[in-house]
Design a binder for this molecule. Sequence first.
Ligand SMILES: [Zn+2]
Length: 442
Amino acid sequence: MSRKADIENRFFDHKMETLPQDQIKILQVERLRKSIERMMRVPFFKEKFEAMKITPDSIQTVDDIRRLPFTTKNDFREHYPLGLLSVPKSEVIRFHGSSGTTGKPTFVAYNREDLDIWSGLVARFLVSGGLTPDQTCQISFGYGLFTGGFGLHYGIEKVGASIIPVAAGNTARQIMMLTDMEPETIIATPSYLLNIAEEVVAAGIDPKSLKLRFAHLGGEPWTEDIRTSIESQLPIYCFDNYGLSEVGGPGVSGECYMRDGMHFQEDCFIVECLNPDTLEPVPEGEVGELVITPLMRMAMPVCRYRTRDLARIMPGTCPCGRTGRRMTKLRGRSDDMLIIRGVNVFPTQIEIAMLSVPGTSPHYQIEVSRPGALDQIKLKVELMPEAFSDSMSVMQQFREQIAHAIYSSTGLHIQVELLAPKTLERFLGKAKRVIDTRKLQS
Ligand SMILES: [Zn+2]
């Protein structure tokens, strides 16, 4: 039996995952009203709702969500650390924080009910991606404030599988666990799993001798080419999922075995896809910013959280039987978008174009600078060991092919520097793909 056939028809919560859309909408209205009640215990939201004359009864249909105000990252910052808490602090049993790259993190809080609901949401996408109670699962995510490590940990426990909480780092030990403990599933960032795969081969281990069959990857946006690259190095199926700490963490959506979009868990989230400038809904199937209202957050409920993540909501239904609408992989975060000489470009666009040239590896870095009056962009990319050559003309041809592929996709002329395999720094968590020195110069 093929592996795909092997994992179809697996559900953690069959009723909720296959609830017809009309019933989902009824449940969403009911749950949104209760969430507004909880939000009214937070002075910041209470004032806003009063000024806008919003009460739980203002919500009659799901579309009434558009009457509610947006919540932003800045609202979390301005109410640092716990100004958005809707329960007494003594009721909280866990805090997490977003991995803020600058300044202070933004905190989110969970009471017991929150943790129970959250682990159930994580369990759903893990099961739809192959996890069964008899498996062993290696967690190679960082733990700590980040919602990924603990979020996945308790989701796996909920399913009843066993966990090796090895955490990120110490790649030699990761490989020892893979060979000795024989986990079937691994949890990591895609860039760290690429690193592990490379080291497995370097250690002289035949990847096919591992028991590993599934990977649930997250913590950074990744492309289909990265999936293909990992799956060509390890005999596994990689699954994507989506979530962010401000709305509770991973579990907003996840891929089923079809791996054609991530199903939203719509009994617990209302998801809008809006034009980030006009804040009006984009036409069906077009790219927009995901705006998410979690319906089952107890300790820290929010509404219409502006994620800054850009994706499409896919039309149509999925043969797997799940009724939740599906989102595409993230096109990028609007915060990550680079503006180069007036052209908007996402690092993932450069990645896709670059990887379309055979022989390039998924290890790369983009450097943006402004030496004079004009922005300059340079791509440093490692070649695959078999593609690297001593011949100047072969290397020059590679540079031209990559630059041409990027120009065709983005309209940008970009300088390409080819590197020998294993030259660039490897990452244990979220990879640092872009170095923008313009901010330092201006
Ligand atoms: Zn599906």
